[in-house]
Design a binder for this molecule. Structure first.
Ligand code: BGC
Length: 351
């Protein structure tokens, strides 16, 4: 099943507007194999080239203690090491000053390329000007700056997903239920929203578009509460626990901007004696293993695959293109991997 998924992902990536690895993108390896005089020689040469891809790569992660970014960074490390790069992955501990120092250290050490998951989206200008001054090709991941900010440096790409799409899919998961989320039949869907770090565009757009999917479908909504859970399981649990105590049966839908907070919310829902898919709905984003298990068991209404492995391989592809000398024009510096809706019907494909 994983293979099927990989194919689906490859298909989706091919559809992405500025996907790396397209026909214009593979000039470096192609040139060397053309020079070989026989097929055997050329095969040997390309193997040597890929194992000795070499080069020092610095990877900055906003904090290691994030469930989704843990899967993502492990995938990045595996892919990069598998290709023969010397990789160092560092933990920003959710501290932008610390990450700035890490970026400077990598630059001083002479890395060939950087992959950076910024701590603060608002630090993008500073990060971009630092890597530009040092002339280090850079792939930003997970926290998307504006196209305008990225246009300052042509050896810079962002790899991520279109956050609005994941929000829309969360709303659709609710619309797909038998009562479209209106469990008590009072003509409106009453929900709580457990938000990620609101500085992050993923949190902003998931919050907006999940609800918009309902209102666009003509469904009336009532927001009982919106609170920041900072992507964190414990905070998700606390917020849901307080809201369940305060609003009780009024809550029909719990929207969580990510799965880790949804798993926390599920603990509170179960402790309050409520039953998902019967008297309350619960949706997340990421398709963490724990969430896939809960979707399968009927304890979460659904989730949305945030394809960490697909994004990691896309990030490495883009990095290799930058190393091969490719530059990215303004307005074409964002590369998106598609989200996928996960329900009990298709969850087995993702496990
Ligand atoms: C993921 C969250 C994660 C966040 C980190 C989001 O795309 O859905 O789980 O905590 O990225 O920036």
């Amino acid at each position: 099943m994983k293979k099927l998924l990989a194919l689906a992902v490859a298909g989706c990536m091919a559809l992405s507007l500025a996907a790396c690895g397209g026909s214009t993108a593979s000039s470096a390896p192609a040139a060397s194999s053309e020079a070989a005089s026989s097929a055997a020689e050329s095969a040997a040469e390309s193997v040597a080239e890929s194992t000795a891809a070499g080069g020092k790569i610095g990877v900055c992660i906003y904090k290691f203690d994030d469930a989704f970014m843990t899967t993502y960074r492990n995938a990045l490390q595996e892919i990069l090491e598998g290709k023969g790069y010397e990789v160092t992955v560092v933990d920003g501990n959710n501290d932008q000053n610390k990450q700035n120092e890490q970026i400077n250290t990598f630059i001083t050490q002479g890395v060939d390329a950087l992959i950076i998951n910024p701590v603060m989206t608002s630090a993008a200008d500073q990060i971009i000007s630092t890597v530009k001054d040092a002339d280090v090709p850079t792939v930003l991941i997970n926290r998307e700056p504006t196209a305008d900010q990225m246009s300052a440096y042509e050896k810079l790409v962002y790899v991520g997903c279109d956050a609005a799409q994941s929000g829309t899919m969360q709303g659709e998961l609710i619309l797909d239920t038998e009562n479209k989320g209106d469990i008590n039949g009072d003509g409106k869907v009453s929900y709580i929203m457990i938000q990620g770090d609101p500085e992050n565009i993923d949190a902003q757009l998931r919050t907006e578009y999940s609800v918009k999917a309902l209102t666009d479908a003509g469904v009336e909504v009532e927001q009982l509460d919106l609170q920041r859970g900072d992507w964190d399981r414990n905070k998700g649990q606390e917020i849901a626990q307080n809201d369940l105590a305060k609003f009780g049966d009024q809550i029909e839908v719990v929207f969580c901007n990510n799965d880790d907070m949804a798993i926390g919310a599920l603990q509170a829902i179960q402790a309050a004696g409520r039953t998902v898919n019967s008297d309350i709905y619960l949706v997340g984003v990421d398709a963490l293993d724990a969430a896939l298990n809960e979707v399968e068991a009927g304890n979460m209404t659904g989730t949305v695959l945030n394809d960490a492995k697909g994004q990691a391989s896309q990030a490495v592809e883009c990095m290799e293109e930058l190393l091969g000398g490719k530059t990215f024009a303004a307005g074409e510096q964002s590369v998106y991997v598609d989200y996928v809706k996960v329900t009990p019907d298709n969850v087995a494909e993702f496990k």
